[in-house]
Design a protein around this ligand. Structure first.
Ligand SMILES: [Cu+2]
Length: 140
């Protein structure tokens, strides 16, 4: 019974934490976990509200970086689009850090796999999102 109570406490903490996580990734192209047999030429990220993109990196599983150019504008926007260089078959992870209009930062990642046709289709790791609590002092 004690264990069961602990599980309930952990669950409700998790639920309230996500309720305060105002902004997140709404969708992307390629989609998180996508298995592609043709290299994408653009990366699109759409967030649930306008945000400033503070940091964006993209690497393959050997930690080789794919260069991406951040928008120079300081205005918030919900959707971002980046031209991608020619990609080779690999498992790519996109790490983003955003700042919402309340000054609160969130970071997370998504990944997709580009494979030659006929390669095995090991699934990409699931998306994760981290609340930057150290930056989260402005509200609540
Ligand atoms: Cu917040």
């Amino acid at each position: 019974m004690k264990l069961f109570n602990n599980v309930l406490v952990v669950t409700s903490l998790f639920l309230s934490a996500s309720a305060f996580a105002h902004v997140g990734l709404d969708g992307s192209m390629p989609a998180n976990g996508a298995m592609l047999s043709q290299a994408p030429t653009t990366l699109e990220l759409t967030f649930t509200a306008p945000v400033r993109l503070v940091k964006l990196t993209m690497q393959d599983e050997k930690q080789q970086s794919v260069p991406l150019t951040l928008p120079s504008s300081a205005t918030s926007q919900a959707a971002f689009s980046f031209a991608l260089p020619a990609l080779s078959a690999a498992n790519y992870t996109v790490n983003w850090m955003i700042m919402g209009d309340d000054g609160h930062k969130m970071k997370g990642n998504m990944s997709f796999m580009l494979h030659d046709s006929g390669m095995n289709t090991r699934s990409a790791p699931p998306m994760t999102m981290v609340h930057e609590t150290s930056e989260h002092t402005a509200h609540q």
